[in-house]
Design a protein around this ligand. Sequence first.
Ligand code: SIN
Length: 328
Amino acid sequence: MSNFSIPLHILVIGTGGTIAGLKTVSGRGYQAGQVPISTLLTQINSKFPLKNMQLSNIDSCDLSEPLLSELGIQVRTGLADPDVIGIVITHGTDTMEETATFLEFVCGGSARNFGKKVVLTGAMLPSDHREADGPQNLSNAIEFAGKRDGQSGIWAVMGSEPIPGLALVKGHSSQTNAFFGEALPNDWVQVSNDLPIPLDNQWPWVEIITSHVGARPETITFLKNHGVQGIVLAGTGAGTVHENLAPALEQFMKAGGAVVRASRIGRGYIGGSLANGRLAKALSAGYLNPAKARIALQLALFASTQSGANPLSWQDYFARIVGLPEFR
Ligand code: SIN
């Protein structure tokens, strides 16, 4: 396939994952990110002209923040290109939720403004498996990306049903139908202003701390002393926090650290404040699970450092993108 001067095409960006995976020689297991996107595209029929770009070929468990930045920049470039009808990204399934969240907050507004779709897809079985799900997923994603049906924005196609990017959840570690869409409310407000993309070492350092039986505060103190800027609490139940962790998190916030309260359950809405008054100054993660909330917090922290006519705090940016009532 030639990549030269293809008018009106779909841009397919390969990043790796099981969709590009191959079984190991021993036959036990497989390695993700082995087959180039140009080869994967020979396995499908598309009614749209395609142009491909190999951004990386990795197991998505190794995804780095600078690579996310590069992806965001390529997606923005593609969205602004009048010859690009839509964009498809092949991606490992393990961190697809985080990439979808990142793209929603840095490119979602542009995608909607340009009336185009950005569609993530992947596979649960490697490309040389006899029941490989990748070719059908890729084909469905391309078909959906090219359809002019007014549903512009960030999406994922894993199977036949498109899932809005921000709602995407990997809910099973091995089944081929591993993904579902979290039910966001009908009045969910999508942000129209894209946040800036941090480059290289501009990404704020944010960690996830889990609350659990017998939790201990030392890790929080260690992180605080080593310059972590934000902590997402993967709390119990509705984002509750162990009494052993709360004082260390309070101290971290007093020292200027950002804390967001999510739930390790990974589904449902986390809002408001806790009845026991713990972490009253933390923001809640809304519909975002801890991994997604971490990306959102990084982007909100970075946005708050960018000078503009009307600078907002990280809390303002976070509340705005996550759809919290604190939005202003
Ligand atoms: C990965 O995330 O790259 C490996 C797992 C997968 O794609 O299913």
